[in-house]
Ligand binder design. Structure first.
Ligand code: AIR
Length: 174
């Protein structure tokens, strides 16, 4: 199975990654993943080389987490030319200003044609980014799909029967 690339904008983002559910989820499901610290603003050339190499080998999903003016997910989407999904997570900066809204807005308004999946802010965003990566992996691997379904069932996330959506659509027909 391919490797999930997790890229952080700074070493100062490592602590929140470690204390989030992301490592637990990926490791619990035996997903191959690696984490690199490469700033879109401070290490633009390294980011370019790393992403091109990663896509050319075995990385087909990127999770990019950064704070402040978080160009990272957008830069990765640009470098990889839309070939692979890029999941962005906005982090709160250590100075506390703007509570992660700065990073969120930096990644949520990508220009049309350069998509980034914005998973949210902080730890919940990192957890959801890991789950989205697993959903994508499950699309192409029936074996992994089974393992992933077991994890969802164990965590109580059983699929809901669509009674509510039926009612909504009946109302809509009137
Ligand atoms: N950052 C680093 N390069 C570009 C950006 N947006 C982000 C990091 C971190 C914040 O800036 O992701 O959340 C502060 O980085 P540092 O290295 O000064 O602690």
């Amino acid at each position: 199975m391919e490797t999930v690339q997790v890229i952080l904008g700074s070493e100062s983002d490592l602590e929140i990654l470690k204390s989030s559910d992301l490592p637990k989820i990926l490791e619990g499901l035996e997903v191959s993943w690696e984490c690199h610290v490469i700033s879109a603003h401070r290490n633009a050339d390294d980011l370019h080389d790393h992403c091109q190499q990663a896509v050319a080998t075995d990385s087909k999903i990127f999770i990019a987490a950064a704070g402040m003016a978080a160009a990272l997910p957008g830069a990765i989407a640009a470098i990889t030319k839309g070939q692979v999904p890029v999941i962005g997570v906005a982090l709160e900066s250590s100075d506390g200003f703007l509570s992660g809204m700065d990073a969120l807005l930096s990644m949520v308004r990508m220009p049309p044609g350069v998509p980034v999946i914005t998973a949210g802010i902080g730890k919940p965003g990192l957890k959801n980014a890991a789950l989205i990566a697993c959903q994508i992996l499950a699309l192409t691997s029936p074996t992994f799909q089974l393992t992933f379904q077991k994890l969802l069932a164990a965590s109580g996330k059983k699929p809901r029967i669509g009674i509510k959506s039926e009612v909504v659509s009946q109302k809509g027909v009137k």
